[in-house]
Design a protein around this ligand. Structure first.
Ligand SMILES: NC(=O)c1ccc[n+]([C@@H]2O[C@H](COP(=O)([O-])OP(=O)(O)OC[C@H]3O[C@@H](n4cnc5c(N)ncnc54)[C@H](OP(=O)(O)O)[C@@H]3O)[C@@H](O)[C@H]2O)c1
Length: 277
């Protein structure tokens, strides 16, 4: 596994982590696939992807309960990130939401707590005051945001008096690159980690057809890798980026873990950038 610094902290996190959307349900709880989800996440941890990303919104809280079962009895250190939903951005609501997430996760402390989406109806200064209180009380270790623009990241940082925002979680893949010019550049310059969600285009990359995918398949064939591995590796070519693919199929989990063992060369990276531009 390769590791990268989380923001400008001394902490290192795996470049490939574990997404959890859909495990334990989507907008509501669904226990029917819990066992498969627990096996997949447990396998991912065994393969050194010791970074789990979840959210209070996933499965209306049940996904966090599934994560708790994955963490149960493990002695190894796992970096656990969750997210507070925009409707809970008022000061007291942030504190209450964090406590509920900790309870469901079976943890005393979350490593990273992220604002899931911006909420223009609640002043960011109020939300960030609560996030700093959570750090001060030892309930969370780091503050992150998600789906924030450059301006919103700056505003969020200015609202903090002691802490630094360490990350912005945004959609980024070979087929979704709108963050490249602004958010990615800003994260690199300001020393934030960009956590790439949907790095396989929510499963569209595995199924994709057309001339750009021919280039992807040709490069993958030459390297003896799958197209999904090459697509994930392309995302990770950017210094400040880590990715959180979600996989329930054990073959997918194994493939994703293996991506952290090698790197694309510059030429293949650029060919892909052009083919998918
Ligand atoms: N912050 C946000 O607003 C936000 C939004 C969306 C997602 N996220 C986070 O990002 C995570 C990942 O994003 P995502 O779930 O939207 O999409 P994704 O990771 O791009 O794609 C997931 C899909 O790809 C398949 N897959 C995974 N690895 C594969 C492989 N090696 N080969 C072939 N297919 C593979 C999975 O299949 P199987 O499951 O069948 O293995 C699943 O259907 C989420 O789970 C969530 O934690 C955050």
């Amino acid at each position: 596994m390769q590791f990268r610094h989380l923001g400008r902290t001394h902490e290192s996190i795996p470049v490939v982590g574990l997404g959890t959307w859909g495990i334990g349900g989507e907008m509501g709880p669904d226990s029917s696939q819990d066992r498969a989800g627990i096996e997949a996440l447990g396998l991912g941890l065994d393969l050194e992807m010791k970074f789990i990303d979840t959210a209070e919104m996933y499965g209306a809280g049940h996904t966090e309960e599934v994560v708790a079962r994955v963490l149960e009895g493990r002695r190894d250190r796992v970096f656990v990130a969750s997210k507070v939903s925009p409707r809970h951005f008022a000061y007291d609501d942030v504190l209450a939401a964090a406590k509920r997430s900790l309870k469901r996760l079976g943890l005393k402390q979350m490593d990273l707590y992220q604002l899931h989406w911006p909420n223009p109806r609640i002043p960011i200064s109020e939300t960030m005051k609560a996030m700093e209180k959570l750090v001060g009380d030892g309930l969370i270790r780091h503050i992150g945001v998600s789906n924030f623009s450059v301006e919103q990241m700056k505003e969020a940082q200015h609202s903090l008096s002691r802490e630094k925002i360490v990350s912005n979680q945004v959609e980024f893949s070979l087929i979704y690159r709108s963050v490249e010019a602004g958010i990615l550049q800003y994260c690199q310059k300001a020393g934030l980690t960009m956590i790439a969600y949907s790095p396989l285009g929510q499963g569209k990359i595995p199924r994709g057809k057309g001339s750009s995918f021919k280039v992807l398949d040709e490069i993958a064939g030459n390297l003896g890798k799958s197209r999904n591995q090459v697509a994930l590796s392309w995302v990770l070519q950017h210094d400040s980026v880590v990715a959180i693919p979600k996989a329930v199929a054990t073959d997918h989990v194994k493939e994703n873990a293996e991506v952290a063992e090698w790197k694309l060369d510059r030429e293949d990276y650029q060919r892909l950038a052009k083919a998918f531009s």
